[in-house]
Write a protein that binds this ligand. Structure first.
Ligand code: AMP
Length: 477
């Protein structure tokens, strides 16, 4: 998963300041690498591995001059996640184009081979954004040298070419030298991307919370298959190029986005509270009577409050999170994940000892977090430990940009509830219901593939093999 931003402001030469601060706001979406590219009369680029604050010093922000620019925070869903693969990517022809994206190109490896075989076009990195960039740049160049001279219609045609070749989930922002910003979403609109407007400026961001800081008014979410181009004079052109059923990823509301974001008009915090209420009702019907509810920080907390309200029992901050440890799941290597759960969370004995404890989390994926937490809570004297996830069991790989792409990733995939319970070590495991999850969004078919195995874009056998090979190779390091 990644976070992207793009800003254009007419009267400004220091857009990098707002870009870097926005990346800090989106840091939860990726902690592996970050980068910014700006444009005044030429391009200025800074990217590297690490957290935003480690990468950008004052001197970089001063060097990154320009009235428009784009930025990215990354955690890798393809490739090893080295500095070479950090975004933005850039090509100097035509015009000079910088690009950032959030998502995952399912046919990255086959497109990479195709570009080489058919055009001798070298895709150098192991970052899937590079194929989007190459396909777009090649198509734009072809259209620009053809009979059609209208630049805007040429860029929309180039996006159409991207749609025809690139399979997967991708929200993209491009910085086109001397021209403006182009943003588009894949034809199913799986990953989020919204647009904000203020006097003298326009912005794009993965999450609306960026606009709370940058003082843009949240205008709207881009539509599936829609491209929006903003020229240097802030004139906005938008086109619905290829519209399929809207299938936004439900995991954004379950876990990924910040609670203070609004995506597609649905507040993330409100969605989590609703899931908590539904979970509370289910637990009540099951006739379970814990003494205390504890939310797993941070995502599980709003739901835990709602569960406690439903059960009419106290909610407690019985697990304390070290705010200086970053998200554990995002750690690309498995060994790091295990040890960092313990570094990140610590139980408070007075809230737990001699009590029947109900722990509430957003999800159980591999079972790493839950089994570590159950051990910790038992070690300080909990009587019974019930572990609840407000989302249903995660059972299927995500090919659209969340780092759970191999079947081995899922504890619940081929086990029944009791087997899962035994591995995690809890007295009881409770999952939220699929129907309650689906009810948080007003869309007919949001993407819930990781929960129900129903994929908006069917993964092809070759693509799955390529993806699994890639992920296993880097995860085993
Ligand atoms: P696991 O420990 O593998 O079972 O993963 C579940 C924990 O990681 C939960 O506490 C979630 O808050 C968090 N989590 C779940 N899914 C993701 C994801 N796709 N990316 C990052 N963190 C996640």
């Amino acid at each position: 998963m990644c976070g992207i931003v793009g800003f254009i402001e007419k009267q400004r030469e220091d857009i990098s300041d707002v870009l870097v601060n926005s990346l800090l706001i989106l840091q939860h979406r990726g902690q592996d690498a970050a980068g910014v590219i700006t444009y005044d009369r030429s391009f200025h680029l800074k990217k590297g591995q690490g957290l935003v604050q480690q990468i950008f010093q004052k001197k970089h922000i001063q060097r990154l001059k320009g009235f428009m620019g784009i930025g990215h925070v990354r955690y890798p869903t393809i490739g090893p996640g080295t500095g070479e693969d950090a975004q933005p990517f850039y090509t100097n022809h035509p015009y000079g184009i910088g690009i950032v994206h959030n998502g995952n190109v399912m046919n990255f490896f086959s497109l990479k081979r195709k570009l080489w075989n058919e055009r001798k076009w070298q895709v150098n990195s192991l970052n899937d954004v590079e194929v989007i960039l190459n396909v777009f740049a090649m198509a734009l160049e072809d259209f620009e040298t053809g009979k059609e001279t209208d630049f805007v219609s040429n860029i929309f045609k180039a996006v159409e070419t991207v749609y025809s070749l690139v399979r997967g989930a991708y929200s993209v922002i491009l910085l086109i030298g001397d021209r403006g910003l182009l943003a588009f979403k894949d034809p199913h609109g799986i990953r989020p991307l919204s647009m904000g407007i203020k006097q003298g400026g326009i912005g794009f961001a993965s999450e609306s919370v960026v606009f709370d800081y940058s003082l843009h008014k949240l205008k709207r979410e881009l539509l599936p298959g829609e491209a929006v181009f903003v020229d240097k004079d802030l004139k906005v052109f938008s086109r619905n190029i290829l519209k399929n059923t809207y299938r936004p990823c439900i995991f954004e509301w379950v876990y990924f986005s910040r609670p203070d974001s609004i995506i597609n008009g649905i507040g993330v915090l409100e969605a989590r509270k609703r899931l908590g209420r539904a979970l509370g009702k289910k637990i009540k019907q099951m006739g379970i009577h814990p003494d205390v509810v504890i939310g797993i920080p941070d995502t599980g907390r709003p739901a835990a409050i709602e569960v406690a309200n439903e059960l009419k029992i106290p909610v407690s901050e019985g697990l304390i999170r070290n705010r200086y440890i970053t998200r554990t799941f995002i750690m690309p290597r498995n060994t790091k994940r295990h040890s960092s759960v313990r570094q990140k969370l610590n139980p408070v004995m007075s809230e737990i000892k001699d009590k029947n404890v109900l722990l509430v989390d957003d999800s159980i994926v591999r079972g790493t977090t839950s089994s570590e937490i159950v051990k910790m809570v038992r070690s300080i004297g909990a009587k019974k430990v019930y572990y609840a996830s407000y989302s249903p069991p995660v059972i299927s790989p995500c090919y659209y940009g969340i780092d759970m792409t191999t079947n081995e990733d899922f504890i619940a995939r081929d086990k029944n509830l009791d087997e899962v319970r035994k591995i995690i070590g809890a007295d009881l495991i409770i999952y939220g219901e699929l129907k309650d999850l689906a009810s948080i969004l007003p869309f007919k078919e949001p993407c819930m593939a990781c929960f129900n195995n129903n994929y908006p874009i069917k993964p092809q056998k070759d693509d799955i093999e390529d993806i699994e090979k890639d992920r296993l190779q880097w995860n085993l390091l």
